[in-house]
Ligand binder design. Structure first.
Ligand SMILES: NC(=O)c1ccc[n+]([C@@H]2O[C@H](COP(=O)([O-])OP(=O)(O)OC[C@H]3O[C@@H](n4cnc5c(N)ncnc54)[C@H](O)[C@@H]3O)[C@@H](O)[C@H]2O)c1
Length: 275
């Protein structure tokens, strides 16, 4: 059981979508939140929306380890201690294999995977130091469990985050620090536009925005679950120290299919070994 009331939290990607909703849900439960985001203007507007009484904010680029370390120092300066870490900032990137600019691959990996790593490596010693327990929450996606064509880099980084989160949970089992991994499908946010900021966006942005794939994703995100509803689900899962936080009633079969495909390969390989 993880307590949220009166605890101090650090939330990345707090200017928009799920990060903003997590911040609101944390404050509603009595936590203090350091809101972190690389979008300074959006961050100021988001903090004004949540209210300044229980929040602080810091501009932070999670892909830059030094920026995360500075944000951690700002959190300690503001709150004294930190208990709850939300590595939530993330971006999306579409594209077919053989056609994706390597600068874009690096960009999404630095944010979606290394951003989480920077958060854990920076904050875990700070959480462990006060001996009051805590919780690490990494935002992956249902795209960290099942795949589809057209977004290989996103799936690759999100599978990495689910695997890393599972490993962290085992590592921290006896430490009093819980680990959860957010695995949402289609939550209303700005995620479908984040690749506008990728290094090679100038080359592909216009064509991409005209594609049927982009229009389909935009429609699914725009009609997705309310981030406030998803954030409330997350609070309950964190309090219960549940690993995965799913929200998609239609994804169960996809999880089963992937599991069964893995087992079919496993059985076939062991049969080839005559075991
Ligand atoms: N919305 C969905 O349907 C959905 C589904 C599955 C997973 N997710 C994940 O949820 C997380 C939050 O995304 P969202 O849907 O709220 O999108 P969003 O675009 O509304 O919010 C993302 C926030 O992250 C910030 N950000 C981007 N790069 C950053 C960086 N380098 N450093 C600091 N901040 C940065 C952006 O400025 C933005 O405020 C992401 O990790 C995303 O992959 C979203």
């Amino acid at each position: 059981m993880t307590e949220i009331a009166h605890k101090n939290a650090f939330v990345t990607g707090a200017a928009s979508g799920i990060g903003l909703a997590l911040t609101k849900a944390l404050v509603a439960r009595g936590a203090h939140v350091m809101m972190a985001d690389m979008n300074a203007e959006g961050l100021a507007a988001a903090r004004a929306e949540v209210g300044e009484a229980h929040t602080e904010s810091v501009v932070c680029d999670v892909s830059d380890a030094g920026s995360v370390q500075n944000a951690a120092q700002a959190t300690i300066d503001a709150f004294g201690k930190v208990h709850l870490l939300f590595n939530n900032a993330g971006v999306s990137l579409a594209g077919r294999p053989g056609q994706i600019d390597l600068r874009d691959w690096q960009w999404i990996t630095d944010i979606n995977l290394m951003g989480v790593v920077h958060g854990v490596e920076t904050f875990l010693p700070l959480i462990a130091a006060h001996d009051e327990g805590g919780h690490i929450v990494n935002t992956a996606s249902m795209a960290g469990h099942v795949t589809a064509p057209g977004m290989g880099p996103y799936f690759a980084t999100k599978f990495a985050v689910t695997g890393y989160s599972e490993a962290l949970r085992i590592e921290l089992k006896k430490s009093g620090i819980g680990v959860s991994c957010l695995c949402p499908t289609w939550v209303k946010s700005n995620i479908h536009n984040t690749s506008d900021n990728s290094p090679a966006a100038e080359v592909h942005r216009e064509k991409f925005k005209q594609s049927d794939a982009y229009k389909a994703v935009r429609s699914l995100v725009e009609n997705g679950m309310s981030p406030d509803v998803y954030a409330e689900l997350c609070m309950k899962a964190i309090e219960a120290n549940r690993l995965h936080v799913f929200n998609d009633p239609e994804a169960r079969q996809a999880l089963i299919d992937r599991h069964e495909a893995n087992l079919a390969d496993y059985d076939a390989c062991l049969a080839d070994l005559d075991l």
